[in-house]
Write a protein that binds this ligand. Sequence first.
Ligand code: GLN
Length: 535
Amino acid sequence: MKYIVVTGGVMSGLGKGITIASIGRNLKNKGYKVTAIKIDPYINIDAGTMSPYQHGEVFVLKDGGEVDLDLGNYERFLDTELTRDHNLTTGKIYQEVISKERRGDYLGKTVQIIPHVTNEIKNRIRKVAARSGADICLIEIGGTVGDIESMPFLEAVRQMHREEPAENIVFIHVTLAMEDLQGEQKTKPSQHSVKELRALGLSPEVIVVRSKSPLQESAKEKIALFCDVPQELVISAHDADDIYEVPLEIEEQGLTTQLMKHLQLESSVEGSGWKDMVARMKSTTDKVKLAIVGKYTNLEDSYLSILEAVKHGGIDNRCKVEVNMVEAETLEEDPAEVEKLLQFDGILIPGGFGGRGTEGKMKAIKFARENNIPFLGICLGMQLAVIEFARNVANLGKANSTEFDEDTPYPVIDILPEQTGIANMGGTMRLGDYEALLKEGSIATELYGTNYIVERHRHRYEVNPEFVDRLESFGIIFSGKNKNRMEIAEIPGKRFFFASQFHPEFRSRPGRPSPPFDGLVRAMCKYSKEKEGIQ
Ligand code: GLN
């Protein structure tokens, strides 16, 4: 196994995950199987109990792992499917060490950070890497060097560096060069963060510098000199128009060849799929406008996978999708705000929890349905589409979800039967991959091109089967089912009205868009052209 360990300096939020995923992508283009482990030094066992305001969206894996959004970037860039073990947290490590202590596994010993915690970290990393069957394992240590929380992880990888043969492990440090008022890129923060790494016994072999514009030669020279790396291993990771261009930007600087040299890897393979995809993305001429009506609208990362999946749909349909975030609550009081949705070619309602904003989201759904605007609802978005339909089409006036109104006379959305006795909030939803059978002749089968699908889930509530017959008699169709569980709702005869209980965004890939997103964007393009024709 070859390990590429990445640390971050200067500050968080540098896009370290994208940088590393890009490095991995380039190695994949050379024919290697690449996997990734993300280390989050927080004490939470997983990201499942955290609000999207904290670290952005919670990404859901096939095995139901609720993890950091960087794993989504890894899945998309490396076109792979990871498992929950690929996200290590302090919580997971300590939970294991403490239960081993209680079992008596360390009997007679004083249990300490070194070696017990660090051994647990190293064992996990090696086990996960081996199990993945990959040639190369990227290890991203979250946070910034100097954080108290990340110390045991840095010590563990320091030990690995000593234990592994030199050609099996390489350290990359990602820093930031900010411009001063004269526009000169400053390297002092990078120098300091490498110094801090050194004090912990780690010397990076490669320094990747994030910056607004390409790294100036003088800055490169300085970093090389002060941080003790050859100049060709100071890599500029400057802002790109789109994150999918970062692998190409890094590749131009020869980093892949350098890494292969260090890791003693040889390959004559040269995959061009990614390059072709980027070229296609950049050659789009059409433009459509999508409204995402949500609750966490001022933080783009909270809907990251949805934004990516929309982009994938755009690449496939050769059209650029401009996304506008609309705060659901603004639609609740003012009908004029709802009318403004007419300017959009499509409306998307994402997942969510709790009642705030739900009435506004339903106003948007009603508007989409009545004005025949392409609509995609995801998870909560499907539940609200069903409630809206029940109330306004199927004459079930006060229909609701018991999540928002326990006493509703028409609980068209109700808690999953297996959820009723659950007290713990962490990891207890209906999570991860479940299959669905699709109805012959439906939009769903047309989109997926098959009648059997597997998609990822994250919910506690579902369509109440008792209301299915009544709702269907008014024209909505539940075209995807897992036994008695409604997975898809669609309204035929519309431009596009499709909603899923699952989260199709998590399996979407650049070059291989998720079918519902592809379908939405296709319908939006068609609708926008129709509008142009009318005007
Ligand atoms: N709150 C809803 C539920 O738990 C929807 C969840 C979601 O959108 N992810 O079922």
